[in-house]
Design a protein around this ligand. Structure first.
Ligand code: ADP
Ligand code: LRH
Length: 478
C-alpha cells in the first residue's frame, strides 16, 4: 500500500472531527473517523474551552484511524481563530483557555482602545477591530490578573497548543496568528508597536512558522499509549478558514470570491497584499494570511451560528429539528416576513435566538416571525442578503468583477441557502467541498511533506470533488 495517510483534526463549533485523508498520488479520499461535540464550559459566568476532553477525543480518533487503516504519516490540527492558552514557565497549561464568546472583554475595551484606537489597530495589523480578537482578550486577561504576566511562559494559539500537547514543541503558526490583531499587516511578523503600546512582552510568543511546516513527532509516550508508530506533527494552515480557503477548487480565480459557510460566514477574496484602506476599514473587512503567503480580504459575518442557537433552543424545549427539516420547512414559504442584520451584536452570544429575532423585528418595525419556518427563512434570506452586500463591497475594494462565488463548508448542505445566495448576488454559486477545512488541512500537509508542489495543492481537490452549481433564479414579473 503506497498511499499517503494523513489525519486532519478540525475543531469547529458545530463539532470536532478527526478526518483521514488518503492520497493515492492522483486523488484524495476523505474518511470520517471520529466526530465529537465541542461544547464550551460555563463556570460562574465565564466561558472556557474543554481542552482536556478535546485532547482525549483527538487521541481516540488517532487510535481508531490507526486500527482501521494502519500506520498514518502525519497529523495537523486546525481550529477557529482568535483563542489561545497560556503555558507557565515549566511548560504546563496554566488554565483552560477562554472561549471568544466569553464576555470579559467588554469591561476592558475602553482602556485598551485608549492605548490602541480601533483605526490604528487596523492600520498596524490589517485586522478589523473586534472584541473577540486575541488582542482584546489578552489585554483583558492581563488587566484582570496583574500577577499573570509573571507566571506566563508562552502564549499558544489553540492549534499550536494542541500541537504542543502532542509533541512538546511550541510554535506560532502564521495563519492562526493572523487572526489575533497582534501581527504587522505588511510583514505578518509580530507587531512590536502593538505589544509596546499595551506593555506586553513579545518574549511570550513562541518561534513563528509559516503554514505547512513540519514541527516534530508525536511524543514517544503518546505513541506508546495509543499503540501507534512515529507520526509527524505538521503546523498546517491551522486557522480553519485558511484551511477552508486552501480547499477551494477555483475555476476563474481572478473573478472569484468565496463564502466559507459554517458557524461563521466568511465572505472574501484572495489578494496578493493586505487591503488596508479607509474604505476597507469602514466596510468592516479584515485581512488574514492564507497558505502560500497570499492575503485573504474578508468580512466575518455571524453565520449559521444563529440557526445553531435556534436549534439548541428548540431541542431544549423538546422540539428538535434536524438541519434537513429546517431547509424543508423554510422552503415551504415564498419569502421571509422580515430581514435581520446577522452582525447585530444581539445575535453574537449564546441565548434564546428565536426570541432575539422576534425582538429585533419589533425594534425595527417589521412583521414578527412566529413559526419555525418563518424564523429559519428570516435567517437564511438575511444571510444571503448580507453576502450580496459584502460581494458588492469586495468588488468596489478590489476593483474587480466577481462572476463566480465559491461556497464551501457544512452550510452548503443547505441547498436553499445556496440558491438564495445565487438569487441575492445574481452570480453563479459553485458549491463544494463541504468538509472544506479538513480537506484544506490535508492538502497543505501534502505540500508540507513534499508530496505535491505548493502551487498544485488545489488541483488535487479539483480532481477529487465535483462541485454543484446554482444559478440565479429568473424572477417572473406579473
Ligand atoms: P463549523 O466548522 O463551524 O463547525 P461546519 O462547516 O461544519 O461548521 O457547518 C456547520 C453548519 O452546516 C451547521 O450550522 C448547519 O447549518 C449546516 N449543516 C450541517 N449539516 C447540514 C444538513 N444536513 N443540511 C443543511 N445544513 C447542514
Ligand atoms: C471560523 C472562524 C473565523 C473567525 C472566527 C472566530 O470558524 O475561524 O474565521 O476567526 O472563527
Amino acid at each position: 500500500d503506497d498511499t499517503i495517510k494523513l489525519l486532519a483534526i478540525d475543531l469547529g463549533a458545530s463539532s470536532g472531527r478527526v478526518m483521514l485523508g488518503i492520497y493515492d498520488g492522483d486523488t484524495l479520499r476523505m474518511e470520517e473517523i471520529h466526530r465529537f461535540a465541542n461544547i464550551p464550559v460555563q463556570i460562574r459566568g465565564q466561558l472556557y474551552w474543554d481542552v482536556l476532553k478535546l485532547f482525549h477525543e483527538m487521541k481516540q480518533g488517532i487510535q481508531k484511524a490507526h486500527r482501521m487503516f494502519g500506520q498514518l504519516q502525519a497529523l495537523s490540527v486546525d481550529t477557529w481563530g482568535v483563542d489561545y492558552g497560556f503555558l507557565d514557565k515549566q511548560g504546563q497549561l496554566l488554565y483552560s483557555p477562554h472561549h471568544y464568546r466569553d464576555q470579559r472583554m467588554a469591561a476592558n475595551s475602553t482602556s485598551m482602545e485608549a492605548l490602541l484606537p480601533p483605526r490604528e489597530q487596523f492600520a498596524l495589523t490589517g485586522n478589523q477591530p473586534s472584541l473577540i480578537n486575541t488582542v482584546y482578550q489578552l489585554y483583558s486577561d492581563l488587566q484582570g490578573n496583574v500577577d499573570l504576566i509573571q507566571t506566563v511562559g508562552k502564549i499558544l494559539m489553540m492549534p499550536d497548543l494542541f500541537h504542543y500537547l502532542f509533541s512538546g514543541i511550541a510554535v506560532a503558526e502564521q495563519t492562526i496568528w493572523s487572526t489575533s490583531g497582534l501581527l504587522d499587516a505588511a510583514s505578518s511578523e509580530i507587531s512590536e508597536e502593538v505589544f509596546n503600546r499595551l506593555g506586553i512582552p513579545t518574549a511570550i510568543i513562541p518561534e513563528g512558522v509559516s503554514a505547512g511546516t513540519v514541527i516534530g513527532l508525536v511524543d514517544p509516550e503518546i505513541q506508546a499509549e495509543l499503540g501507534i508508530g512515529p507520526m509527524t506533527i505538521i503546523a498546517g494552515a491551522s486557522h480553519d478558514t485558511a484551511s477552508a480557503v486552501a480547499s477551494i477548487p477555483y475555476i476563474r480565480k481572478g473573478e472569484a470570491a468565496f463564502i466559507s459557510c459554517g458557524t461563521w460566514s466568511l465572505v472574501g477574496m484572495e489578494t496578493l497584499e493586505p487591503v488596508v484602506t479607509d474604505q476597507s476599514y469602514e466596510y468592516g473587512f479584515t485581512n488574514e494570511r492564507c497558505f502560500g503567503s497570499t492575503n485573504r480580504l474578508l468580512k466575518n459575518i455571524t453565520g449559521l451560528w444563529i440557526l445553531q442557537e435556534c436549534d439548541r433552543n428548540w431541542a431544549e424545549a423538546g422540539e428538535p429539528v434536524s438541519y434537513s427539516e429546517m431547509v424543508q420547512l423554510a422552503g415551504t414559504l415564498a419569502q421571509a416576513p422580515a430581514i435581520i442584520d446577522p452582525n447585530d451584536p444581539i445575535f453574537s452570544t449564546p441565548g434564546n435566538m428565536p426570541q432575539r429575532i422576534r425582538e429585533y423585528c419589533v425594534k425595527t418595525v417589521q412583521p414578527v416571525p412566529h413559526t419555525k419556518a418563518e424564523i429559519i427563512r428570516v435567517i437564511l434570506e438575511s444571510l444571503a442578503l448580507s453576502y450580496s452586500q459584502t460581494i458588492d463591497e469586495l468588488e468596489a475594494l478590489t476593483e474587480t468583477t466577481i462572476r463566480t462565488i465559491h461556497m464551501v463548508g457544512g452550510g452548503i448542505q443547505n441547498e436553499l441557502l445556496c440558491q438564495l445566495t445565487a438569487n441575492a448576488t445574481g452570480r453563479e454559486i459553485v458549491a463544494g467541498p463541504a468538509e472544506a477545512s479538513a480537506i484544506g488541512n490535508i492538502v497543505v500537509q501534502l505540500a508540507a511533506i513534499g508530496i505535491v508542489e505548493a502551487s498544485a495543492f488545489r488541483d488535487i481537490v479539483a480532481r477529487s470533488y465535483t462541485p454543484v452549481s446554482y444559478h440565479p433564479a429568473i424572477v417572473k414579473h406579473s
